[in-house]
Design a protein around this ligand. Structure first.
Ligand SMILES: [Zn+2]
Length: 724
């Protein structure tokens, strides 16, 4: 978090406190409506993590993990999910997604001997405890995508995964209508289908159409400058389309973006690559080519700051240049939330004179998710007893359920993250909660698999379907390195306040006892004992009104201390100063900055005497938490006085304080440097936070449900997302 520097804070002299006595006199203006909070990426969070405590609780009942396809939002959580499961729980995936799973598992040291990772192919049925699983081919925007059917004696569950119906997929692997039709004939108890595009009318465009439009554009730029195409790296089929277009136009293809190489290599290893990666020209060799002989494929369609396209747009890429003769093909969609930064990037591209092709009617992109007519077709095909829409915003799920009912599906459910749906056939003596397909129909891990019974006759069986419970889920955040925790542990509220309202840091030197006598030798006190304060403060990321605001802050802080009894603890000083500063900030400019107050004894012997009378400090402060603090006795080499509580908020060093202090009076008479403090780790126990939260730890930290997910975070982290 970076804040702009404020002018130096002005400091009032000690003994001048208490001049501002307008207690309650200031009328607070109403706070403005809240502005949109900064994105999680702006707050330093790179990943939003799942709460795996639910899985950990049910680990003995989880037969397997089935990966439908390799998009990041379907495999990216595995490093957090796998530790929550039994180490022997198998992970099933197709050959291509398994390559991606393997890469991720190796990265997190979770591959082991690899035996739990089992590659499956469409059409191959296999047993999973009491279930029989059958993968079905679906089309999407990444190779080797599957839906799956789970049969057991109580019925059949079908999950589509992410899908659309591409009538002319570039790899020839068509949507398995016949397979879904056969399931419908058996009878589908529960059907789950992708709701992402339920609000989009009509049908998706085939990748074959996208290939034609790309080829037209590439050939239309013959003899001119370079062509730069940006797309989701995982859409390997489209990489093939661009390669074929480049071949036809006599251009060499160069990848700029590590993930492009990674996805193509993964496809190549399992025989699904549209071309040999060795045919690519390296970025270094591309520089020697005439621009008219080059087609660059780059990541960065969402304007991720470090991606090649964003750098090139601003003239900052060492390898990719953009000029007036160049053509930029935007073969992706702008993920909601990224509109502003993508627009800014494309403005920068346009300013370089390059031609841009990104309008919808260019036809350079097709969604990987079925539109409404396709969703309706498959609902009519499968004719499930019960329908549960999945994937998409809650409103999308509701609309998908409406669509299902319009096709004659009588029973639909819409559930939120964490809710558990139980399904059991009626008339079997099995209660929904105790013996549902999703809850407890099988014997758990280690139990002998029951024989797979005949599937129920289509439509002839009634089921009891209901929500049988709700897990209390917490969202976790990762800062891109070791920092992982809840919103509270990652201080998201504090980060938001720092970003939007700034920070005030106040150092308060407290002097106790009667004011010093005037005139030197006379030791008699000049008045009754009282508490006096000298406040030094600084702000960051705040408007300070040419210093007038700072002066007000100092005045109200010193006044607040002056109203305390002479024996008030430092914690009380910090609390009243913090409250006064917050009130003043709100009154002055309707801001709610983060406020950090650290109080010191100006004469530490007075504080030590006070503590000894009380038998220790009451602690508290405005932030809670205890930690060491250095310094205190500035006059001798004796050890520092007794430690006391201070706010948990990270405090700046003394150097930071003096940076904004600008004290001209009331400084310690012996001229010692202000005490330095140690920064402290965020965790109270001092242990380094784990790179990956252990499931047990997640269990302990479960709090209020917060199902919010943010695809921007994935995009900002430079990973591919599945919205193609
Ligand atoms: Zn997907």
């Amino acid at each position: 978090m970076q804040g702009s520097c404020s002018p130096s804070a002005r400091t009032r002299g000690q003994g001048e406190g208490g001049v501002f006595g307008g207690r309650g006199a200031v009328r607070r203006p109403p706070l403005p409506p809240p502005s949109p909070p900064p994105s999680f990426a702006d707050l330093g969070m790179q990943k939003i993590l799942p709460d795996t405590s639910f899985l950990a609780q049910w680990r003995d009942r989880i037969e397997a993990v089935f990966i439908t396809h390799g998009h990041e939002d379907h495999i990216g959580a595995l490093p957090w999910v796998l530790p929550a499961l039994d180490p022997a729980t198998p992970v099933y995936a197709g050959a291509f997604p398994m390559q991606l799973v393997r890469r991720r598992a190796l990265e997190y040291n979770m591959w082991g001997d690899g035996r739990r990772f089992i590659t499956v192919a469409v059409g191959e049925r296999f047993a999973l405890g009491p279930f029989e699983c059958e993968p079905l081919r679906v089309t999407h925007s990444i190779p080797d995508c599957m839906g799956f059917a789970l049969r057991c004696e109580h019925g059949t569950i079908v999950h589509t995964g992410d899908w659309k119906i591409d009538e002319h997929p570039l790899d020839g692997q068509t949507f398995d209508r016949a397979g879904f039709e056969a399931l419908a004939a058996e009878g589908v108890s529960l059907f789950m289908s992708d709701s992402t595009n339920v609000l989009s009318p009509g049908r998706t465009v085939s990748e074959a159409s996208v290939e034609r439009r790309l080829a037209e554009r590439v050939l239309g730029h013959a003899g001119k400058g370079r062509i730069v195409a940006t797309q989701f790296a995982s859409n390997v089929h489209r990489l093939g389309a661009l390669k074929r277009a480049a071949d036809a136009a006599g251009r060499r293809v160069c990848f700029m973006g590590m993930s492009l190489h990674a996805y193509l290599a993964a496809a190549h290893r399992v025989g699904l690559a549209p071309f040999d990666p060795a045919e690519l020209v390296s970025a270094a060799d591309a520089e020697s080519l005439d621009p008219s002989q080059l087609l660059v494929v780059t990541t960065g369609s969402q304007a991720e700051p470090r991606a090649a396209l964003a750098l090139a747009a601003h003239g900052a890429s060492p390898t990719l240049k953009l000029g007036a003769d160049d053509l930029v093909l935007y073969s992706a969609k702008v993920i909601p939330g990224n509109e502003t930064r993508v627009t800014e990037m494309m403005n920068a591209v346009a300013a370089r004179g390059a031609t841009i092709a990104m309008k919808r009617d260019e036809g350079l992109h097709s969604s990987g998710h079925a539109c409404r007519d396709e969703l309706e077709e498959v609902l009519r095909l499968v004719k499930p007893h019960h329908f549960l829409p999945v994937h998409g915003e809650y409103s999308f799920l509701c609309e998908h359920a409406n669509l299902a009912r319009s096709t004659g599906v009588r029973n639909t459910s819409v559930i939120r993250n964490g809710q558990m749906l139980g399904l059991s056939p009626t008339g079997t003596g099995a209660s929904t909660a105790g013996s549902s397909l999703l809850g407890g129909a099988h014997g758990g891990r280690g139990a002998a698999p029951r024989p797979i019974g005949p599937p129920p006759a289509g439509g002839g069986r009634a089921y009891d379907v209901r929500v049988i419970g709700e897990a209390d889920l917490t969202t976790f955040y990762n800062d891109g390195h070791r920092g992982t925790g809840t919103a509270a542990e990652m201080a998201l509220d504090e980060r938001t306040r720092l970003a939007t309202d700034g920070v005030i840091v106040a150092a308060v030197d407290v002097a106790r006892g009667p004011p010093p006598a005037r005139g030197g030798g006379d030791a008699r006190p000049a008045g009754p004992p009282r508490l006096r304060a000298r406040v030094r403060l600084t702000t960051r990321a705040m408007w300070v009104d040419s210093g007038r605001f700072l002066e007000r802050l100092v005045t109200v802080a010193e006044s607040a201390v002056g109203r305390l009894p002479p024996d008030a603890a430092l914690a009380a000083v910090e609390r009243v100063v913090g409250d006064a500063l917050r009130r003043e900030a709100r009154s002055y400019n309707a801001k709610r900055p983060e406020v950090v107050v650290i109080a010191h004894e100006f004469d530490p012997r007075a504080g030590a005497a006070l503590r000894s009378r009380r038998g220790g400090d009451g602690g508290g402060g405005d932030g809670g938490g205890r930690s060491d603090r250095g310094g205190g006795d500035r006059r001798s080499d004796r050890p520092p006085p007794a430690r006391r509580a201070r706010p948990a908020t990270a405090t700046p060093t003394a150097g930071d304080m003096s940076d904004g202090g600008g004290s001209t009076d009331g400084a310690p008479s012996d001229g010692d440097a202000p005490p330095r403090r140690r920064s402290r780790p965020r965790r109270a126990d001092g242990a380094a936070p784990p790179a990956v939260p252990a499931p047990d730890a997640l269990l302990r930290r479960r709090k209020a449900a917060n199902p919010r997910e943010d695809p921007d975070a994935a995009a900002a982290a430079g990973v591919d997302v599945s919205f193609g």
